[in-house]
Write a protein that binds this ligand. Sequence first.
Ligand code: ARG
Length: 667
Amino acid sequence: MNPLATLRSRFATALATLTDELADSPAVLKLVEMVLPAKDAKLGDYQANCAMPLGKQLGKPPRDVAADLVAALDVADLCETPEIAGPGFINLRLREDWLVEQLTAASADVDRLGIAATETPRTVVVDFSSPNVAKPMHVGHIRSTVIGAALYRVLGFLGHEVISDNHIGDWGTQFGMIIYGYKHFVDEAALAAAPVAELSRLYKLVNQIGDYQSAKSEKLPALAEKIELARERVEDLKSAEPSGDAKQDKKAAKELRKAEAALSELEKEQADAKAKIADFESDATLAALATDHPAIGARALQETAKLHEGDAENRALWDRFLPKCLEEIEATYQRLGVEFDHTLGESFYQPMLAGVVDDLAAKGLATESEGAICVMPETMGLADNTAPFIVRKKDGAFLYATTDLATIQYRLGEWQPDAILYVVDHRQSLHFEQLFATAKQWGIDSIDTVELTHIAFGTVLGEDGKPYKTRSGSAVGLTGLLDEAVDRARSIADASPMLETDAERQQVAERIGIGAIKYADLAHNRTSDYVFSYEKMLAMNGNAAAYMQFSYARVRGIFAKAGVTPEAIRESGGPIVLNSPAERALGITLLQFAEALDRVAAEYKPNHLTAYLFDLASRYSEFFEHCPVLKAQTDELKQSRLLLCDLVARTIAKGLELLGIQTVERM
Ligand code: ARG
C-alpha cells in the first residue's frame, strides 16, 4: 500500500471534476504532484498545495478552490476531515483505524510487507556493469554494478519483468594488448599456474609501456609547446605599460595572475609527467623492453585488427583467454552478490554488424563521409554541432556505436521490452544521445514505443576532489578496494562483545565492509560525483550501511532478549496500537516503504531508498527512546510494540536486500 499514491489518485478524481479535464491528463497530473508528505508533522501527515495554482487557473480565490476540492474529495476511508489552512493549503491526517489496518496487513504479509505488485508490469532490460574484460575491474565499475543491480531488484520486487544483461567489452583493444603481451612477454609457467594473474600482468605491462611511450613522444612535447605559449603570454602581460586607468590596470593585473596560475599548473603537469617517465626508466628491465618494442600501442592495435579480420592464431588466443577473463570478473560478482540473466558481450554481435550498416545505408540514414560511414546530426534530429555517429571506420572496422545498434535490435526482437536502461558513466552521454536518436529513426520493429534511457552516474572522487586513483596514478582495483573495506570493518567487528567466534567476526566484517561500499555509492544521488571515504562509509551513525545494519541487529536483539521469535509474535497477532506520537510516526514511516520504492522506480534513483531507510532508523530510535517494548505497561502494548519492531526489522532487511546489502543478526 502506497499512501501517497492512494491520496494522489483520489485527488486526481476530484481535480478532474473541478477542471473538466481527465483524471490522467497532464494538467491534472501536474496538480496531483503537489500532494506531498507534510513538511511539518504538527499540521498533518500529507499536504496538498494545488489549490493555489488551480485558483489562478480558474480565476477564483484559492481558499474557495480548496473548499471545492475538499468537497469533491473522497478520502473519508483513510483520512480525517481535511483542513484548509492559510491561503488554501489542504492538510491531511491519516485515520488511526486505517493506519492500524494497513500495518496489520503489512505485518501479516511475510514476503511483500503489504506492498502490492504493480498493476501495469513492464518488461525492462537493465544493461549494467558491462566492464571491458581482460583488464582488472576498477573503482569505476562499482557504480554501474551496484546501481544497476539495485534497480534490477527494486523493479523486480515491484512486479516488473526484469532482464539483466551484462554487455561486456570482450572484443576491444584490450584483447590486442594481451595478445601482443602473450606473443612477446608471456611466462608460460605462470600462465599455466594462475592464468588470470598472468593475463592481467601482460595487460598491465603492455599498457604501462604504451603509456610511457606516449608520454614521452606525445604528451611531453605537447606540454612543452603549451608551456612555451603560456610563458609568452605571461611575459606579454608583464611587459604591458600601465594604462593609468585604475579599473583597466586592475583587470590587467587579474589577467596576469590568471596567466601565471595557468603556467604553473602546466609546469606542475610537466614535472609530474617527467617524474613518471624517470620512474619508468629507472627500472632497467622496463626501459629495455620499451626500447625493444617501440610504438607498442600501435602494434597492439594491429593485433586487435587481426583478431577482427578473423586471423586464426589471434582468434584461438581470444578463445583461450576470454574464459579466464570471465572467471576473473565472476569472482568479483560473487563477492558483490550480483548475477546476470545474460552476459551478451560485444563479440556476440559481431556477425550482425555489417547488416546493421547496410540497413542504415539502404534506408538513407547512414552516409559516407571521408571514407567512413556515419549518421549525420540532422538525420538523428540532433543539433547541427553534434558529432556524426560513426558506424563504420574508413578501414572498414565497426565501432562501439555499431555494436550498440545491433544490441538494440537484438533485444527488441528477443525480449520485446518496454524499456531498456543503460547504467553507464555520464561521460558516455553523447554516445547514448546519438545512439537513441539513431535507433529511433531506424524504423525497426517496436522501436517507436520502447523507452531508451541512459541511467547516467557521476565519478568516484578521491579526497583531493579528483577521480579516485592510486598513488601511482592508476585506477584503483576493485578487489583491493573491497579487501580494504572488509579489513577496516574487521575492527568494528572485533570491538563488538556480541560476536563470539573468529568466523562470526569475519563474516560480519565482510558484510559491513562490502555493504559500506555499496551503500555509500547508492546513497549519493547518482547524477553527482562523490568522494570515496572509508571513514564516512564505515561510520556507525548517519546515513551509512553499518548504521542500518546496526539498527537491524538492535531490533533483532530485542527478540533475543525477550526469548521469543518474531514468527511467534506474528502468529499470535493482536491489535497494533498507535497511542503515542512516536508510535504513530513510526507506523506512518513503515507504510511509506512503498512510496520510497515507487520513487526509486520512477526516477531510477536508489538514493530514495537509502534516504527512506535512514529515516526509518531514526523514527525507530525515537520510538525506542519513548516507548518501552519489553517493559511496556500492558501485555497488549508489549505485543503491539513487538509487532512494530518486527515490521521495522523486516522493512530494513528487505530494503537492504533490494540494495544488495546483507544484514547481520548481531554486531
Ligand atoms: N563496456 C563499456 C565501457 O566499459 C560500457 C558498456 C555499456 N553498455 C552499453 N550497451 N554500451 O565503457
